[in-house]
Every structure is written in structure tokens, then in C-alpha cells.
Design a protein around this ligand. Sequence first.
Ligand SMILES: Cc1cc2nc3c(=O)[nH]c(=O)nc-3n(C[C@H](O)[C@H](O)[C@H](O)COP(=O)(O)OP(=O)(O)OC[C@H]3O[C@@H](n4cnc5c(N)ncnc54)[C@H](O)[C@@H]3O)c2cc1C
Length: 444
Amino acid sequence: MPVSIAIIGAGPAGLTFARLLQVSPINSQLTVTVFEHDSSPKSRLLQGGTLDLHTDTGLAALKKCGLWEEAIKHLRYDGEEMTIADKNDTHIFHMKSDGPKFKSKGSGGELDYERPEMDREVLKDMLLGSVDAEWVKWGKTLQSIDETTGVLIFRDGTTAGPFDLVVGADGAWSKVRHVLTDLRPRYSGICGFEGRVPNPNDYPDLSKAVGRGSYFSCSDGKFLGGQRMGDESIKVSAWVKREGSEGKSWTADTMTAYGDNEERLKAKILEDFQDWTPRQRRFLMAATNWRPWTLYELPIGEFWDHKKGYTLLGDAASLMTPFAGEGVNKAMKDCLELAEQLEKALQAEGDFDEAARQYEENMFPRAKKTQMATMRNKTGAFSKEGPVSVAVGAVDDIAEELGKDLSKGILSWIPFKTMLWFYIVSRQWVGAWRRTVSEMIWRE
Ligand SMILES: Cc1cc2nc3c(=O)[nH]c(=O)nc-3n(C[C@H](O)[C@H](O)[C@H](O)COP(=O)(O)OP(=O)(O)OC[C@H]3O[C@@H](n4cnc5c(N)ncnc54)[C@H](O)[C@@H]3O)c2cc1C
């Protein structure tokens, strides 16, 4: 009897996992069904922004999926260009579009550090086009699972199963998670809006700031960014720290009050960025098609005890805010590891449920590490100091990625963080002073 697998959700995680099973040598021992909430592949019009894919996670998964030749047609290596600034538009950091292609010693040996961009929509289309169309059932929103029988119950009243393994790849509000744990996402304290500048040629100053990649600025618990998309448009993000229940409902309340009039909505968003430079504010004025976001996260390092027949991938397992750009990469790495464990078990005629348990055991510490790095970036970016906190907080991560231990040997003698702190603070001080002087001159 083939092993029956139900995958809930056809997002990046569900589709990557389905594709990995399809190209796996154990394919003939499996029946795979993907149940997706969306009514069709094109029913979700705005699928989001651009994702930077990392060497040993997102990119490695695409290679294992047999999609590398297709992927390199779409991966934008020049999208690695990045500028980090503060509210005075003082550039703290600029990475050129050819990016750092250095070799480093990661835990897995030699590692090329590359982070090319791909639009989320392109990634999804590519994965979807590679998965057997018969496997994907559209318009199937999982409502609950009968834990006694293992039968899946859908919102349209239909049922399916039971299955040997139910894999929850159904994102933040996973219904499969309910079977495993009482953990639920909580408000991250950050909310905001995303819009698009569809005609960047009309805004050469914004185009220059973004370059081929990204422009991120943060100060005083606020974040304003622009990112080049595959079609040349610029995605604009405006995030603010607003804690408590008022913060949680802020974007929805703002949309209700101003959503029918884009100019009033923009004026409302701009209120939070009054003391930012005219160019930064122009990002907000030029953007259109605004979408509200309230960001949620799961508690760091809290997971579940293994339960026979169920597991989770991606955001369903470890929802994070996007401030380390790790979500999709972590999701695709989950898929790689679960597929690998199942493959090993079935090839050795072993226990495939033990394979799912083993995947979880390995994934939990990896997820915790990613959650911690994300939290560090979030806390840094939304602190009063903004870029200083982000940069100083990233020193340990960069050292680890380079395979260096800053607490050992000669490196422990060099006060990297203090030096960096002084460097950035002095640059910010000069930048603030320069802005004040230039505004005085222009006013006269
Ligand atoms: C504003 C924003 C910006 C981001 N930027 C980045 C970034 O730059 N880099 C990065 O790596 N990550 C980023 N992320 C995170 C990234 O989008 C997620 O980590 C990634 O999409 C996770 O993939 P997933 O497949 O696990 O979940 P999802 O993408 O959420 O997919 C879940 C799928 O399941 C379906 N589904 C949901 N519920 C059900 C149900 N009950 N029944 C059936 N189907 C269901 C959904 O329709 C969807 O297709 C960002 C997230 C946000 C919100």
C-alpha cells in the first residue's frame, strides 16, 4: 500500500514539499494530495513582494527540486544591492549590486554567500508549474481535523482521508497546528502598509535610492523601505511600532476610516514620518495600491510534542516577522529536511512516522535560531537608534556565517561592536548636522 500524504496549503512550503516528493526516488511509494484554500492558481492577485533566497536553504531547495535551470532565468542577482539609512537619509551601509560572493566555512563546509531576489509570484508560479496538476485541489479550505478518525473536514462541507501523514503548510493560521499544540500567533507589535510605485521612471530620485535592490531606513521605532521588483516597479513598505490592542487594530481601523480615499490614506500614513526627509516621504506619496499588514509571530523556541501522523512546515511551524528575510528560506529548508527523512525511511523500509519525528527534532533548534535572529533584527530596527542597533546586533550573525568566533583568539581582542557603534553614530551625527544646515540654506 502506498503511503498517503496530505499537504495543507499550496504556498512556497506546500509546493516545494510536493515537488520534492514528486522528484524523489520514493515517488512510486506515495500518494500525495495538496489541499489549497485559494479557489484557483490566479485567484490571489497581489501575492506580495520580492524574496531573497539563500544559498543553503531556498536556493538549495530549488536545486533539489530540479528547477535550477528555470530558477536562474528569474533570480535577480543584482537585487542584492542594499542601502541602509536613518530618517535623515544618512547612508549607513551600501552593498553594491554584485554583492559579496565570498566563501565561508559554515557548519556544512564551504559555502557561497549569495542572496539573489525572486518575486514571490514568480517563485509560486514556477513551483506550481512543476507539481503534477492532479495533485493540487483548489478551493479546499481545511476547517478542522477529526482527531479520532484523522478525517479532514473542509469549509465546503466535504471531507478527505484519513491519511498516513498530514503536513500542515497552511501558514500563520494553520488549522493542522491545532491538532499538535495550543500555541497561537500573537501580535508582534509591528504593523504597517505596503504599496507600489508602478512608474519608477517618473521618480528618478526614488529609483536611484533603491538601485537594483533595496533601500531600507529606520529610526524612532519606524521603518520605511523601497524594493525593486522583477517588473521594475518599487514596492514601498511603511512599518511602525504600535503595541497593545490599539496597535493590533490600527491598520484595519485606518483602512476602514480612509481606505476609500487613497490621498487621505497616504496623508494618514505620512503622519508617522513627518520628520523624515522629503525624498523618504516621496516614497509614500508616489506609491499606490496600499495594503494593510498586522504582523504576527509565534513564541520563540516553543514547539510541540510529536504526534503520529502530523507535522508542520514553514510559517505554520514557526511564524516570524519579515525583518530578517528568513521566512521563505526557513520554510524551504524544512521541506528539504522532511523530504530527505521520509526518503531515507522508505528506502530502508523504516518507520516513516519516525522520519517525521526526526525532522521535527532537527528543525526545532534551527527554527529557534532563525526566530532569534529575526527578533534581534526587529528589536534593533524598531528601537530609537534604528540602524546602529541592527548593525551591532548583526555582528555575531555575520561572524558565525563567516565561520569566525569573535570570543576566541586574536579576534576577542578587537572590540568590533564598539568600533561599529562609534562609526555609525558619528556618521548619523554628521548626517543630521548636514541635513539641518542644508534645510537652513534652502529656507533662506
Ligand atoms: C509583508 C511580508 C513580507 C515578507 N517578506 C519576506 C522576505 O522578504 N523574505 C522572506 O524570506 N520571507 C518574507 N516573508 C515571509 C514569507 O512570506 C513566509 O515565510 C512564507 O510565505 C511562508 O511560506 P508558507 O508556505 O509556510 O506559508 P504561506 O505563504 O502563508 O502559504 C500558506 C498557504 O496555505 C493556504 N492556506 C491557509 N490556510 C489554509 C487552510 N485552512 N486550508 C487550506 N489552505 C490554507 C494559503 O492560501 C497559502 O497558499 C514576508 C511576510 C510578510 C507578511
